[in-house]
Write a protein that binds this ligand. Structure first.
Ligand code: GLA
Length: 380
């Protein structure tokens, strides 16, 4: 069962002897399609999920933040006047980095204290760090009576991740954690940050397929892919690969080296698939949506080369079930989670059989569960 408001309120009350002034929830995400396109100014279609970072808090009258992490069973605090990175400090760095980013953008911050708890699995490709950044931003906005503009806060969260945590991610994770809409995925144009809610085809469900294998994003492979995309954009003479059509690619790509060509092919075809997937969703066409997801996985596996044996095994196990419309890895890749779109009425059977087949095939014990599309960061 996902955490809910009562859990975090009870934690706060046990520590502080009174109810919190605000309760904040900021979700993790699953990306339906549009992978490794965000940093190419392209299109993504994630949904915010019912796994989130929660903060219960009350204001303080100084410029300090003091937080107890339920998951780590430890307290940490910092002052807005002495913000310095500490590479070994762990989870608190996400809060400090977000405070730094908001303050550096000219916002006036006010202190608070509270309790933090989350149920987005760490390092699984479900954006636990974006959830923590947006929960912190929402808490700072509540305590400081700041305007809440989801796109602006997503950019500030991304800046914390890029400059403070040191991970060179795109905008997708922070934007969906800030702006998610219940019952919908969002088709996001990562150049303009325009986000359109897209409904799910009737009778479908989204399943998270956690391979239980992990590999950090900080890994050089992510940055290497980014540089290859930049090199390809330069070759085509455009700002970002978003600006290259399939037709232009076919005409010119012969001049690229083999690896860069395959990287570019993934990004250009994935942008196209993402737009087509949004159309399929609007028409309620689950079969076409599933087909595009399967194609996306093959492209990530063969051309972008960011999948893994465990992810491929999971996708194969899921796709073999008759209730599955399509399955693919989700997030940066190399480990973590895949996702599937399935017939909702067969969810129990799908979950049991896919988990068993994956375990049999790989020896890893997976976590497989249906998830719901939720709102982005909010005071609940
Ligand atoms: C990670 C990054 C995102 C995005 C995905 C790949 O989740 O944080 O910005 O690049 O990988 O689609």
């Amino acid at each position: 069962m996902p955490l809910d408001k009562n859990d975090i309120v009870a934690r706060f009350t046990a520590r502080f002897g009174q109810s919190p002034r605000w309760v904040i929830r900021a979700p993790g995400r699953v990306n339906l399609i549009g992978e490794h396109t965000d940093y190419n100014d392209g299109f993504v279609m994630p949904m915010a999920i019912d796994r989130a970072a929660w903060i219960a808090l009350r204001p303080r009258d100084d410029r300090r933040v003091a937080v107890f992490s339920v998951d780590y069973n430890e307290s940490r605090e910092f002052s807005f006047d002495e913000l310095r990175t500490n590479e070994n400090a762990g989870w608190i760095e996400y809060l400090k980095g977000t405070a730094w980013s908001l303050q550096d953008s000219g916002l006036r911050l006010t202190g608070w204290e509270g309790v933090l708890q989350g149920d987005v699995p760490l390092g699984a490709g479900l954006s636990s760090s974006a959830a923590l950044e947006l929960a912190t931003a929402r808490a700072l906005a509540a305590a400081g009576s700041l305007d809440w503009n989801p796109a602006k806060m997503a950019l500030l969260g991304q800046r914390a991740e890029n400059k403070w945590v040191g991970v060179n991610c795109g905008i997708m994770d922070q934007l969906i954690s800030a702006a998610g809409q219940k019952g919908h995925a969002l088709l996001i144009d990562c150049r303009t940050l325009d986000a359109q809610p897209v409904p799910f085809p009737a009778g479908t469900a989204v399943v998270v397929l956690d391979t239980s294998t992990r590999r950090g994003l900080v890994d050089s492979a992510y940055n290497e892919r980014r540089s290859q995309c930049e090199a390809a954009a330069k070759f085509f003479g455009v700002k970002a690969l978003r600006d290259v059509t399939m037709k232009q690619f076919e005409q010119m790509a012969g001049g690229l080296d083999v690896v860069t060509r395959r990287r570019a092919l993934h990004v250009i075809s994935e942008n196209d698939r993402t737009l087509r997937a949004a159309d399929a969703m609007r028409r309620g066409d689950a079969v076409e949506l599933g087909r595009l997801m399967a194609e996306s996985h093959r492209s990530l596996r063969d051309d972008y080369e960011v999948s893994s044996d465990a992810l491929n095994a999971m996708v194969e196990c899921a796709a073999a079930h008759p209730a599955c419309f399509g399955a693919r890895m989700t997030g940066a890749g190399f480990g973590g989670c895949a996702m599937a779109l399935i017939r909702a009425d067969a969810a129990d059977d799908f979950v049991a059989k896919t988990a068993a087949a994956y375990q049999q095939k790989t020896g890893h014990t997976p976590a497989v569960y249906v998830c719901q599309a939720t709102n982005g960061a909010e005071v609940v």
